[in-house]
Write a protein that binds this ligand. Sequence first.
Ligand code: ZN
Length: 220
Amino acid sequence: MNRPKRMLVENIAWAREIAHADPQFFPRLAQGQSPKVLWIGCSDSRVPAESITNANPGDLFVHRNIANLFCPSDDNTMSVLEYAVRVLEVDHVIVCGHYGCGGVRASLLPLSNDLPHVNRRIAPLCALGERHRKELDTFTELDARANRLAELNVLEQVRLLRQAPVIADRAAAPLVHGWIFGLHDGLIKVLASGYDQGCAREALPSANADTRETVESAGF
Ligand SMILES: [Zn+2]
């Protein structure tokens, strides 16, 4: 069986299983959506928003791109944010990066001539890396540098989102959070909590995975 066909077969099995467990699930789903969270994550296949947070269809409004970038000049990203905030009225915006991010890693390497679109897309990441070059150069291993830049990138997107007029000018603005996902243990670490805005940079832990706090130990 080819892969698309297998996916369609799995879809039928999934739909039947859900309907069997909860006959009202799909009728409810068809009535509309009212997600409380906008998720901005990386396109990486290993970081599916719903799976890693045990969320259901209808729980998350999702925007994913390479290296979970929020670009105010990009209509794709901005339209998602605008709709989420002004129409769906989400309570939270979560930027979730991940360690081992290929997009972040690529920004630390010579750009590929075969990937002009990717190059343009990660240009802000390259600039961010330059701004933090002194700190990043303290890591001898490329992977460690990339992991630290992945953290800094999440915080930068949080900063940009918090100052975006769509959010900043709103009376009941959604809280913006910065998270990062560990591929090696499946756990999410909170880098910036919307509940204590302004403390994110001071609270930022090191890129050393061994000293990472889990979501549970951080009290979230
Ligand atoms: Zn990634």
